[in-house]
Design a protein around this ligand. Sequence first.
Ligand SMILES: [Zn+2]
Length: 64
Amino acid sequence: MKEVLRACKKCKLLTIEKTCPIHGSEKTTEEWSGFVLVSEPSESIIAQKAGIKLAGMYAIKVRM
Ligand SMILES: [Zn+2]
């Protein structure tokens, strides 16, 4: 079975779960495109601009 990556509508974190591991109840969606890998949020300009505080993979565009 192929695992589909989903993006949280709130923080854009990519996960295989149907709910965000950070926001819990926040639903995730398969409607996203592009992603950025953040390993050191405190040293990443992209992460700071996007308000990302946790390391992980994040979608660039998420359809709300
Ligand atoms: Zn989230």
